[in-house]
Ligand binder design. Structure first.
Ligand code: UT7
Length: 318
């Protein structure tokens, strides 16, 4: 069905911020962050905007695929931390790459890369002449964090990840779910007040009920993976790798426990980058590929969850 991944790329800004660095800013410590979250350091942009990082990951994915920007039929991007609402990050990336194809952004928070793949599949089905679609998740999470809130500012990081998709048969199945509501994870937009607007607004930072998110995430990952395996008459032994959203190492471990599978199936790189929201799955997929442990023909499950609440997973043949 619809496409194969023919190239991947990622970009993170050069500045690494360690847990010890954060302990200088808020009341936290390396031991708590390492044990409770699994992050050792994260990258933080000093000068680059979200779309610049997105374009760098996109160019790396194009180079990896051996595809020119002008040969793309569509660019789909996702972000919760773009420097502009309009132009969208997709339009900004299109401009920075020198591409000429249509471009569109979507928002499904940390689950967005899965929604990008699903949307790409729909575009391939609709436009029979489309050959290649670029998908990009790009985030400057450091710009939407309350740096006085230790329960969120230690978790997230900046970065971008991208993939080039070519019409083919590698997208085997998918599951997408939303449990709508704004009381678990919320990132209010900054909107000015008109002379007539009388309602108080929340600060434009990430507001998150950590434990509720944690429980939801463990259940979502386990359910989505089970659905994909059962529906495709597969067992976990048929799957070479699971690439989960990198939100918390303990979420990944708990999900494995719930599924009764080894944590070795899960690709994890959270210790280096923290939670990069929509960029986390494509960054992890890229690093898995670069490690040499992913072979063509391998069956892989990608899965993610986040604000919305949104969760999604897909089964691909790499
Ligand atoms: O991308 C998708 C969205 N996000 C997620 O998936 C995040 C899901 N949730 C989580 O990863 C975890 O719930 C957190 C990492 C956010 C929090 O970990 P937790 O184990 O659930 O901690 P907690 O909220 O239950 O807090 C335990 C204690 C509290 O202290 P007391 O009340 O027991 O004295 C917190 O104040 O840990 C304290 N605490 C910290 N201590 C040191 C919270 N943050 C920190 C911190 N450093 N940074």
């Amino acid at each position: 069905m619809s496409f194969r991944i023919i190239g991947t790329g990622m970009y993170v800004p050069p500045k690494a911020v360690t847990n010890d660095d954060l302990a200088q800013i808020v009341d936290t410590n390396d031991e708590w962050i390492s044990k409770r979250v699994g992050v050792k350091e994260r990258r933080v942009s000093e000068t680059e905007f979200t779309s610049e990082m997105g374009a760098k990951a996109a160019q790396a994915a194009l180079d990896d695929a051996g595809v020119k920007a002008q040969d793309l039929d569509m660019i789909l991007a996702a972000s919760v931390s773009g420097e502009t609402v309009s132009p969208s990050m997709a339009c900004m990336v299109q401009h920075r790459l020198g591409a000429t194809c249509p471009a569109m952004e979507l928002n499904a928070a940390c689950a967005a890369f899965l929604y990008l793949l699903e949307t790409a599949a729909a575009f391939f089905a609709l436009h029979k002449d489309y050959k290649r679609i670029l998908v990009v998740g790009c985030e400057r999470m450091s710009g939407i964090l309350d740096w006085t809130d230790r329960s969120t500012c230690v978790i997230f990081g900046d970065g971008s990840g991208a993939a080039v998709l070519e019409r083919g048969e590698g997208y085997l199945d998918s599951v997408i779910t939303v449990k709508g509501g704004d009381d678990v994870i919320k990132i209010p937009h900054f909107l000015g007040c008109s002379p007539f607007f009388k309602t108080e607004q929340d600060t434009p930072y990430i507001h998150m009920k950590g434990q509720e998110t944690f429980k939801y995430a463990v259940t979502a990952i386990a359910q989505d993976i089970t659905t994909l395996l059962e529906r495709n008459h597969l067992t976990i032994d048929d799957i070479a790798w699971i690439v989960p959203h990198q939100a918390n190492k303990r979420i990944i471990d708990f999900a494995c426990h719930k599924l009764g599978i080894s944590t070795e199936k899960m690709f994890v790189n959270i210790e280096k980058y923290g939670n990069t929201s929509s960029a986390s799955v494509p960054m992890a997929l890229h690093e898995l590929k670069e490690s040499g442990k992913l072979q063509r023909g391998d069956k892989v499950i990608l899965c993610a969850f986040g604000g919305g609440l949104s969760n999604a997973a897909c089964l691909i043949e790499y």
